[in-house]
Design a protein around this ligand. Structure first.
Ligand SMILES: [Fe+2]
Ligand SMILES: [Fe+2]
Ligand SMILES: [Fe+2]
Length: 414
């Protein structure tokens, strides 16, 4: 698979968070890319702009308790910084990270020469323009693009908010009907045709590293879930080892473990953070995360198997799970391992309303679930037989992940 297919998954998952921002990341990526082409930037810089656009507000999902609002249109400087730091953990994203960091930086200097500077701050301002333009596009289907309104709004910031050079490029682009094209296409069409030389093929290791980065965006929304995906991934890999799983099946399980809750990016924060039981409506919204995750991942060629596992991680063998109430043989071994690892990890973690459950009680509960054929009895007996090892492996992985999280959130302290 190629880089942009994988990034598109995270981007489209983030765009599910609320109707007001539907399509935001994918469209900002498309606008930034096209602006880059219009001003004649080299292919790699255009690709960096597309990448940065598709990921630019990812920091607004992390540490949400410290941010007042999803800062899509504000001058908030925290989420660009968080996004920058998250992206740096994948070294190939260094250039895009620099752009994300400055995507709320105003141009603010009328006297600068009107020329293309290449440093991140300059190009970050182009991303800033793409971001603002996207927020001025119609949000409901059937509504038409108001070119004059958009240009008037943007022109009022020329030389102060935006580099005049970028605004000229926008005017040129608007004349070609590009904004109409962006606002009418669906997210998948907008995964721009980035030339292959700027859209590398990913090896298995690259996919795992990217999955790890994405899992941090999913987990860092609050401290209680900050290490969840890492715990699930360590547990499922240890079980896979015991069961002698190998090859593609094992690799898909690893990536799916990191990304199993990807669809939670589409669940509003009030529900994610609610320190009490969810009501019926909230439960239904929360449960949609399994399908959201499936939908985001299944659009990427090469991630079909991962998508299936993610879509099935809350299915139960007795048909009591969601979203489809699948039964027995419809649920493959890797999905069964993922389901057990998820429950095993979640029970061991502290929650706002309870402390982590003791190991012997976790194993008892898993056994009950296996007895009534909700969870796979063989997988559960493997866990039961190796409970202390697995507990150690899970704790170790989560302790490591917590260090990463503390380091990450600590560096953000004022
Ligand atoms: Fe932003
Ligand atoms: Fe934005
Ligand atoms: Fe889940």
């Amino acid at each position: 698979m190629r880089l942009f297919d994988m990034v598109g998954c995270l981007s489209s998952a983030m765009d599910l968070v609320s109707p007001e921002v539907a399509g935001h990341h994918i469209r900002v990526g498309a606008v930034a890319f096209k602006l880059g082409e219009t001003v004649g930037l080299p292919g790699q810089r255009c690709a960096d702009l597309a990448l940065a656009g598709m990921l630019h507000d990812m920091g607004a999902f992390a540490l949400k308790d410290r941010l007042s609002t999803l800062a899509f249109e504000s001058d908030d400087q925290t989420h660009p910084e968080i996004g920058y730091r998250l992206l740096l953990s994948y070294p190939e994203f260094a250039s895009a990270a620099g752009l994300v960091r400055s995507h709320h930086a105003a141009w603010n200097n009328d006297s600068r020469p009107k020329t293309v500077f290449l440093p991140d701050l300059e190009l970050g301002n182009l991303l800033c323009l793409a971001d603002r333009v996207e927020t001025l596009l119609p949000r409901s289907p059937g509504e038409s693009v108001d070119r004059d309104f958009i240009l008037a709004r943007i022109r009022s910031g020329t030389g102060r908010m935006f580099n005049p050079w970028w605004v000229d490029a926008l005017e040129e682009l608007v004349d070609t009907g590009f904004l109409e094209q962006v606002s009418e296409s669906d997210a998948i069409d907008l995964r721009m045709t980035i030339p292959d030389e700027n859209n590398p093929l990913l090896g298995g290791k690259d996919v795992s590293r990217l999955a790890r980065l994405f899992s941090q965006v999913i987990d860092f929304r609050c401290r209680f879930t900050a290490t969840h995906s890492r715990g699930v991934s360590a547990t499922s890999m240890a079980i896979a080892h015991e069961l002698r799983m190998s090859g593609d099946n094992r690799d898909a399980l690893e990536v799916a473990s990191e990304l199993h809750d990807l669809g939670k990016l589409g669940v509003p924060n009030e529900i994610i953070m609610k320190p009490a039981a969810l009501d019926e409506k909230e439960t239904a919204t929360m449960q949609r995360h399994a399908e959201h995750g499936y939908n985001a991942l299944s659009a990427a060629p090469g991630l079909e198997e991962v998508a299936e596992l993610v879509g099935q991680h809350h299915e139960r063998l007795d048909g009591t799970g969601y979203p489809h109430g699948l039964k027995g043989a419809r649920i493959g071994l890797a999905s069964r391992v993922l389901a057990v690892s998820d429950v095993f990890t979640a029970m061991g973690e502290d929650r706002p309303y309870r402390a982590g459950i003791e190991l012997h009680k976790i194993v008892e509960s898993l056994q009950e679930l296996a007895d009534r054929k909700a969870l796979d009895p063989d997988v559960v007996s493997t866990v039961s037989a190796r409970r202390h090892d697995l507990d150690g492996i899970r704790r170790h992985a989560q302790a490591q992940a917590l260090k990463d999280f503390d380091h990450f959130s600590g560096t953000l302290a004022p």
